[in-house]
Design a protein around this ligand. Structure first.
Ligand code: DX5
Ligand code: ZN
Length: 217
């Protein structure tokens, strides 16, 4: 059946209370937690690093999908594995040798995701698909939560879904209940990151349920 999963992004939470904010969405039905790691260089913002994730790991058994928006992903593989990362999602644009990075991540027993920014074509990741667990098609420019969903990214999702019927395809940025999740579902995404739409909701459980229903229907 539908292997749809919903992963709230804690970037939209009150990050001074990361443990309880993570627990809050797990209790609300989240399948995994999406942690946005930004280094102020690959993207114009700084969020959290391995020390913070290591602390959060002590409070949560959730699956941690680490979205690595950093210029030197190779530098952080060991630290992120030791901190308790379950999946290391790197940006294709951030590395000269994706295959070496994938081997490095695998050696640390993490799952591998590869992300592409809005200006990166879907075709450019195809050769990596046999070697990764997931492709992330960004639906905003990485760097900030709360941005507007780019509907014109959907042809990239459709293209990848058509070519790779079984692959996990994640979308991230501006996704919420209504037109945006419907577009992602129609295009074939099955892993849904949602930051502000979940954390700013009066009833996060209802939002997570509705996102899931939109993908499953
Ligand atoms: C943006 C991050 C996203 C962001 C999503 O660079 O990768 O994960 O937190 O937040 P929303 O859902 O608010 O766009
Ligand atoms: Zn993200």
């Amino acid at each position: 059946k539908c292997n749809c999963r919903i992963g709230p992004s804690v970037l939209a939470s009150d990050m001074s209370c990361l443990a309880s904010e993570t627990q809050r969405v797990v209790d609300a039905g989240a399948d995994y937690v999406h942690l946005d790691v930004m280094d102020g260089h690959f993207v114009p913002n700084i969020t959290m690093g391995a020390p913070v994730i290591k602390c959060l790991r002590k409070h949560s058994k959730a699956f941690f999908d680490l979205h690595m928006m950093v210029s030197k992903p190779e530098q952080w593989v060991d630290d992120m594995a030791d901190a308790g990362g379950d999946q290391f999602t790197f940006h294709l644009e951030s590395t000269a040798d994706p295959m070496a990075l994938i081997r490095q991540i695998r050696a640390k027993n993490m799952k591998v995701g590869v992300a592409i920014k809005p200006n990166t074509p879907a075709e450019s990741v195809e050769y990596l698909v046999p070697h990764v667990d997931m492709v992330l098609v960004m639906t905003v420019e990485p760097g900030f939560g709360g941005q507007k969903f780019m509907a014109h990214m959907m042809p990239k999702v459709e293209h990848l879904r058509t070519k790779f019927p079984e692959m996990d395809i994640e979308v991230d940025g501006g996704v919420g209940v209504g037109a945006t999740i419907d577009a992602c579902a129609k295009a074939g995404a099955n892993m849904i990151v949602a930051g502000s739409s979940v954390y700013n909701a009066a009833d996060p459980a209802a939002v997570i349920r509705q996102l899931r229903e939109s993908v499953e229907r």
